[in-house]
Design a protein around this ligand. Structure first.
Ligand SMILES: NC(=O)c1ccc[n+]([C@@H]2O[C@H](COP(=O)([O-])OP(=O)(O)OC[C@H]3O[C@@H](n4cnc5c(N)ncnc54)[C@H](O)[C@@H]3O)[C@@H](O)[C@H]2O)c1
Length: 375
């Protein structure tokens, strides 16, 4: 028997299209709302989008598009978003925050019978995340000042005594969003969880760590270490590492991220809560660069030229205990993700100018900067 209609916003994108495939596989009927943003889809509707899904070309910032998309829908996976590090601050709030408010506005106004909403938040809401100071215990440090980074001093410091601190896994309890994307995502969570609770629309927010796998658009070369390193290698370029490469991250494979999303959609124990969806193991960026070379079996060069992204987090690694307690755990490794991404990349036509123009743009607007004096 066919299950109800699930609306996937951003369903043409990376996480969205894999979610669509899995939902179809499980017998759901699927509708996609996506504006085919040119930075993600420079060639329009991607071929990987299943023809079995109903496709609506529309925008989550437009009420009529939500009205059309929500008609007869049983559940929503809200993934459409504006992302990355650029300083067009208002766009983040317009798309991510207002767009989410519109979803609930239309659902409440039309008394729609929506069983569940899953919204995509991000690990970015933690900013520098949880750290430990020898003197002050657990602390949540501020973003590192520009002058410090320009000296090539990458340390995260205790907000009380200024001494360098050690990172710890970050659980869901304390958020500290520092950039426009992170703030818009946290505002989105608050809107979704609070309005959902108030109006009886069970909602779950998922704070994905860095998700990796095929279909992550290489046209958008502003962030995403897997796509940038793999694309660089594919084009015969060096792998350029920001800061000193000792930044810690956790990486989650797309298949694990999709299973977490389906769990949130189907399991009422997740209602009205927020969960980290991470890889469960810390990697330094340099370690990840070596993983890319090893998996590719290529010589490739790794460069650490003293460049940094202003506003970037130094170390962040999510604690995934809460989601593990519901039976989910990551099954795939970053090696799997790199292997799958490289295989997919070899079937694509990827261009050097996309990498170059993203770099040039980030430099022009002051996101990408160079160390001025070594510490
Ligand atoms: N990929 C990651 O590592 C990661 C990490 C944390 C959180 N997230 C969140 O997961 C979600 C999906 O990310 P992704 O990596 O699949 O991104 P993506 O860029 O591959 O996909 C996003 C999709 O949304 C569409 N879109 C953008 N603006 C839209 C709008 N105004 N109206 C309708 N559609 C619009 C795009 O065309 C695209 O198809 C986002 O909400 C993102 O913030 C992703």
């Amino acid at each position: 028997m066919k299950r109800g209609v699930v609306l996937v916003t951003g369903g043409a994108g990376f996480i969205g299209s894999h979610t669509v495939d899995r939902l179809l596989e499980k017998g759901y009927r699927v509708r996609v709302l996506d504006n085919l943003h040119p930075r993600v889809h420079p060639r329009g509707k991607p071929l990987w989008l299943s023809p079995e899904a109903e496709f609506l070309h529309g925008d989550v910032t437009r009420r009529p598009d939500w009205e059309r998309a929500l008609e007869g829908v049983e559940a929503v996976v809200h993934l459409a978003a504006y992302q990355d590090y650029m300083p067009d601050f208002s766009t983040f709030f317009h798309v991510n925050t207002e767009g989410t408010a519109l979803l609930y506005e239309v659902a409440v106004e039309r008394r729609l019978d929506i069983r569940k909403v899953v919204v995509a938040s991000s690990q970015a809401v933690y900013g520098e995340g949880c750290h430990r100071c020898e003197e002050h215990g657990v602390v949540y440090p501020e973003m590192r000042p520009l002058a410090q980074l320009q000296r090539g001093d990458w340390a995260v410091r205790c907000p009380h005594c200024g001494r360098p601190v050690a990172w710890e896994p970050t659980d869901e309890s304390v958020v500290h969003p520092q950039n426009a994307y992170a703030m818009s995502k946290y505002a989105q969570e608050m809107i979704a969880l609070n309005l959902g609770k108030r109006y009886g629309i069970p909602t779950t927010a998922l704070r994905y760590s860095i998700v990796q796998g095929p279909r992550q658009s290489f046209a958008n070369a502003y962030s995403g270490v897997c796509r940038i390193f793999c694309t660089s290698l594919y084009l015969g370029r060096p792998l350029m590492v920001y800061e000193d490469g000792q930044q810690v991250r956790d990486y989650v494979n797309i298949r694990d991220a999709v299973e977490a999303t389906l769990l949130a959609l189907e399991d009422p124990r997740t209602d009205n809560q927020v969960f980290n969806v991470g890889g469960g193991r810390p990697y330094t960026v340099l370690e990840f660069a070596h993983t890319v070379l090893r998996v590719a079996g290529k010589e490739g060069r790794i460069e650490v030229p003293g460049i940094f992204r202003f506003g970037d987090t130094r170390h962040i690694c999510s604690d995934i205990t809460r989601l593990r307690s519901l039976g989910w755990s990551p099954r795939y490794t970053p090696e799997d993700s790199v292997r799958e991404y490289l295989a997919w990349l070899s079937s694509q036509e990827c261009r050097a100018d996309l990498l170059d123009s993203a770099q040039a743009h980030m430099q022009a607007v002051g996101v990408l900067r160079r160390v001025e004096v070594r510490a």
